[in-house]
Design a protein around this ligand. Structure first.
Ligand code: PAN
Ligand code: ZN
Length: 196
């Protein structure tokens, strides 16, 4: 998202969110992430190959609205993660650190169920069980990823400074300490095999 090209207004501004669909209007940008955008994140590469040979489904999509004033840069993002699995691993966001080390974020789960995974570069790890109504403050320095373990959409609202920046590389390289998989019909957190 190119901040300089977006409109700047010092007046209050609102969008309208629809709880039934997880959509809001107006939005300025939408980004879709399909299996081919996410393929190296998932543990079961044979299952990734099968999905890519098929219809390369959408895993999640994000709608953005930036609120830029002459002195501030607040971003609103609403992410809708579809229900699904690649092998036994549930659909999830890529996950990232913020580039700036002083930038937190608020995540508000408005629909669905799953986990918010959080990890620092020093290796502290937390998995927060998530359901509609859970609001989590993500402190600076904690990478964040959301996993949809339900049979319905998982929708969450994010609020952050656009200037925070996104650093995806460490997560793409190593993932989080644990992955979320279906075992005996229920979601389980297990150690990430890539960390062995
Ligand atoms: C969110 C995320 C969004 C998609 O707006 O960017 O949920 O997740 P990935 O960026 O990890 O693909 C946010 O955390 N912004 O900072
Ligand atoms: Zn973030």
């Amino acid at each position: 998202m190119q901040i300089p090209s977006l409109p700047v207004s010092d007046s209050p501004a609102s969008v309208q969110f629809d709880f039934a669909t997880g959509l809001f209007t107006p939005f300025v940008d939408v980004v879709e992430r399909r299996v081919n955008d996410l393929q190296e994140m998932f543990h079961d590469q044979a299952a990734v190959g099968e999905l890519l040979a098929g219809d390369n489904p959408v895993v999640y999509e994000i709608r953005y609205h930036p609120f830029l004033t002459t002195t501030s840069d607040m971003g609103l993002g609403v992410t809708r993660i579809y229900p699904g699995q690649i092998g036994i691993e549930y659909y999830m966001t890529k996950g990232h650190f913020h580039e700036r080390t002083d930038q937190p974020e608020i995540y508000f789960c408005v629909r669905g169920e799953g986990f918010l995974l959080l990890e620092t570069r020093a290796g502290d790890f937390e998995a927060v069980p998530w359901k509609a109504g859970t609001i989590t403050h993500i402190p600076p320095l904690w990478a964040h990823r959301v996993v949809n373990t339900g049979t319905d959409l998982l929708v969450f609202v994010a609020s952050y400074h656009l200037a925070a920046g996104h650093d995806y590389a460490p997560i793409l390289a190593r993932g989080f300490a644990q992955i979320v998989v279906e075992q005996e019909g229920v979601p389980q957190l297990v150690p990430n095999p890539r960390r062995r």
